[in-house]
Design a binder for this molecule. Structure first.
Ligand code: GTP
Length: 598
């Protein structure tokens, strides 16, 4: 196969800027999918993705395109747009020679787009810039072009104007890909070098590994070697994405396709790893592979002990699909047996919870998320702790370090002041610098503890900026920090699942808010219940729940019957969700109280 007739590209676009729609139009235009099979958003396969309208897993597609009497093969790798999945984006880029930079004309360039564009430039990708949604009445095409020019410094005549919805201008994108993106290089005689840029678990066939071949070739019957683990497997099938999987004889240099080789878990063929031939191995893997670590941790409980095994099995099954999910058994005196889980970010956490509920029909209690702290103990040893319940005693601690990130925010200039105030005053952030990002828009860079932005920051940012600001962040490193653990006692008993780590400057405020919130959320009982917050070896805040006096139903006498019925129904629901702690019933949402104090 002639590599000069191959183009491998990915699409850089912010969530909702129209990437999936653009791919749909390209599939139609090139008649790559049978119209009967064509449904909107062909590439978003998971139910949750379709419902939420966001792409989580990268799904590639190969199309054939006639240009100046030659037939070209274009592989498009559809990348996820959310910051939680940035690593997958960077690996998708490593599999390509070019990228379409797609920007919604009604929204302009967003923070993640900036971050991903710079990543593409670092990866030496050729860029095809396009402004999308020009059909919209509120499209601001000229302004958006200027923002793109600011970003990558190209000529305005090189920016394509398209509507992925109507199809206008889409053909120009395909032509530009052929003309501007360099063809792949590669030597079929060299040992196999294949980059894993994604993997999917299939119930019947095991792991399906998505690869880009750099050198050599691979076919059925070959013995392959996964370079980071040294594991060997026999290839059962190779193929391409049309976008449905279609077996082929072999995969050669420059090509994008899949390998099935009896691999049992996605974790055994991780994104970014290199596959080579076991008999004729390459001496070095492709650059850039990194083990990724979870950034956000939370505990997960099934609520009732009889569901523990089920939760465990469901998590194990999920893990087959989701290599970034981490979990290990944990125990909480208050909530029983459960799992300590690690996630890439809050969206990832949300998706895991939702998939458990939807695909495995198991409801879970998730504790408030937190980051991983590094602790220098008095005895000179170092340890990492991601569970507040496992924090060592205060007198055993010499120093605590917490993770910091570089946060970038793009916002209309009007909101710069409020964003700055929120971050600087309430979240221990430091402004690094600001830059202009088009007319009346600014990009702000902050250094901030990750812990300060993992809970409610994204929502706050959207509220402050009326939805206009966008953000992205990257990990910087660990730094010493003055944080303290707040423990919560309900009816004098410690409830470890409610404990939280906060910075010293906020300890008293958070403690007070927490006990107040809990006293609202926990229903009255026959007796008075004290709720206390403890830190620095003493109680620092307290609220009491008065003993119960009236029957809830009393209110309904004389009222209409349906309302009473509804209330009863609701109570039944409520009871299901209550946890008994000692003699106190605590509703599930109380465990999320730590999340929602503001
Ligand atoms: P993620 O998968 O979450 O990254 O989003 P996406 O970039 O794939 O966006 P998607 O294609 O799902 O489009 C988001 C919304 O914008 C959908 O409602 C589309 O119908 C709409 N849309 C996409 N392109 C256009 C366009 O050119 N014009 C108009 N008017 N709407 C568009």
């Amino acid at each position: 196969k002639d590599v000069n007739l191959i183009r491998n590209i990915c699409i850089i676009a912010h969530i909702d800027h129209g990437k999936t729609t653009l791919v749909d139009r390209i599939l139609e235009l090139t008649k790559s999918v049978d119209p009967r099979q064509m449904h909107e958003q062909f590439l978003d396969q998971m139910d949750i993705e379709r419902e939420r309208g966001i792409t989580i897993k990268a799904q590639p597609v190969k199309i054939l395109y006639q240009y100046k009497e030659k037939e070209y093969e274009i592989n498009i790798i559809d990348t996820p747009g959310h910051v939680d999945f940035s690593y997958e984006v960077s690996r998708s880029m490593a599999a390509c020679e070019g990228a379409i930079l797609l920007v919604d004309a009604s929204q302009g360039v967003e923070a993640q787009t900036v971050a991903h564009t710079y990543l593409a430039i670092e990866n030496d990708l050729d860029l095809v810039a396009a402004v999308n949604k020009i059909d919209l009445p509120n499209a601001n095409v000229d302004e958006t072009c200027n923002e793109i020019i600011d970003l990558i410094g190209i000529d305005s005549s090189d920016i394509l104007k398209v509507s992925a919805k109507t199809g206008q201008g889409v053909e120009n994108i395909l032509n530009a890909i052929i003309e501007k993106v360099k063809p792949p290089k590669g030597d079929v005689k060299k040992p196999l070098k294949a980059l894993i840029f994604d993997a999917k678990y299939d119930k019947y066939r095991g792991v399906i590994v998505y690869v880009r071949i750099f050198d050599g070739s691979v076919k059925k019957g070959d013995e392959i070697l996964v370079m980071s683990t040294g594991d060997k497997y026999e290839v059962i099938e190779t193929g391409i994405f049309t976008p449905l999987m279609k077996p082929t004889e072999e995969l050669g240099p420059g090509e994008v396709g899949y390998i099935i080789a009896g691999i049992k878990e996605v974790g055994h063929a991780k994104v970014g790893d290199t596959i080579t031939n076991a008999a004729f191995p390459s001496d070095s893997p492709l650059p850039g592979y990194k083990e990724i670590k979870p950034m956000v941790y939370a505990s997960m409980f099934s609520g009732l002990p009889e569901y523990y095994e089920e939760l465990k099995k469901s998590l194990e099954k999920l893990k087959l699909n989701d290599w970034a999910l981490f979990f290990e058994p944990t125990h909480s005196p208050a909530l029983g047996f459960g799992f300590r889980c690690g996630f890439l970010g809050l969206l990832h956490m949300d998706i895991v919870r939702e998939r458990l509920e939807r695909e495995y029909e198991i409801a879970v209690i998730l504790t408030a998320p937190n980051v991983e702290y590094k602790i220098l103990l008095s005895n000179g040893n170092e340890m990492f702790v991601n569970d507040p319940a496992k924090f060592p005693d205060e007198d055993e601690i010499q120093k605590i370090y917490e993770p910091f990130v570089k946060l970038s925010i793009i916002t209309p200039s009007d909101y710069v002041g409020d964003i700055f105030t929120n971050l600087q005053n309430e979240r221990r952030a430091n402004l690094l610098h600001t830059e202009n990002a088009g007319k009346n828009r600014v990009i702000m860079y902050f250094k901030v503890p990750l812990a300060e932005i993992i809970t409610d920051f994204f929502d706050r940012l959207k509220a402050i900026s009326h939805g206009y600001a966008s953000m992205d962040y990257e990990f910087l490193g660990y730094e010493e920090s003055d944080v303290v653990k707040i423990s919560i006692l309900i009816n004098k008993e410690p409830v470890d699942a409610l404990s939280t780590i906060v910075h010293k400057s906020k300890a008293y405020i958070v403690a007070k808010k927490l006990v107040d919130k809990l006293s609202e959320l926990i229903p009255r009982h026959q007796f008075e219940i004290p709720i206390q917050a403890k830190a620095y070896g003493r109680i620092i805040a307290r609220a009491d729940i008065k003993a119960l006096r009236k029957d809830v139903l009393a209110k309904c006498y004389g009222g209409d019957v349906t309302r009473k019925m509804k209330l009863l129904e609701k109570q039944k629901e409520g009871k299901k969700k209550l946890r008994e702690i000692g003699q106190v019933s605590i509703p599930q949402e109380a465990f999320l109280a730590v999340l929602r104090i503001d």
